[in-house]
Design a protein around this ligand. Sequence first.
Ligand SMILES: [Mn+2]
Length: 358
Amino acid sequence: MNAEKLFDMNQNVEAILIYNEGEASTDPSFFYFTQLSRGLFEGSYVFLTRKNLKVITSQLEEETAKSEQLDVIAFSNGVERKNKLKELTSDFNFIGINFSGLSHKEFLGLRQILPDKEFVDVGESISNLRMIKSEREIGKIREAAKIVSEVAEVIPEKLKDGLTENELAAIVNFEMMKRGASSPSFDTIAAFGADAAEPHFTGGSRKLKKGDVVLVDFGARYERYCSDMTRTFFYGKPERMMLDMYETVLKAQKAGIEAVSAGINGKDVDKEARKIIDSSKFAGKFIHSLGHGVGLNVHDHPALSPSYDFFLKENMVVTVEPGVYISGKGGVRIEDDVVVKKEGCEVLTTAPKELIVV
Ligand SMILES: [Mn+2]
């Protein structure tokens, strides 16, 4: 996928070798190029030239790779693996690798197997490629987004006195997997009352009680692609201030979505949302960036942030997620995933956003 573009960006590189070490150091770029939706592919390589893509993997996963119409070279032991690598690279001197996708130990190992090669870092080019999604990738994110949107609609009916934050997170995870997610795309955040004032709150034993705000930030993984969405509910009648907070964040979120379009700088999108919060009584309480890219990683490039100078391009997928947080009281965040279009954007996470008081 897009290998030619990658070679255009790195004229001196003759071939590219991406290594997926496995649990300790997974390189999502391996899955970007192969689009393999099943399997672990520990200790596997993808080898790219301008015209060809080959997967080098153990016999254990040979069939999985072949079932997705990939050109596969299988090895049965470490010696065979080394020999295959030597053979494949024998005509090339300059080999691109992803410096940030490979542990130092593996790099030293690679240098030992291929001592006469020059290794060039193509990591940044890969991350630039990965920002712009193909139709196939958008299809996977769309499905991951559909799952979370459906789950958001059943959250209100699950809320009851005494439910703990961890229990709600478990329910959300179960509901996502029931609808086809392979896993959550990150640890689900379920925060009640004052805990919602902490944007990255995890691991909660607080019990739900009337008057609490309920903030749920969750994502599904579908064929390795992620969604990421936040909805905020109220359990019982909230304080006036919390209702104002909700209204302000929703207005800012809509302004952010309104501003997303190809050719617009991410920091200007951030500014459109931020000025609504900063001109309200919640000025200064929006303490993080407006959004980030989503793809094989849940926090992918680019960022929508006051300090990130970057122009959006068609088919990037980004989140729009303003929030307001008041220590001791709680917080509100509303987050959607959107695909950048030539004009405007398409919202993938379609769960309702109007105020819900259970
Ligand atoms: Mn997010």
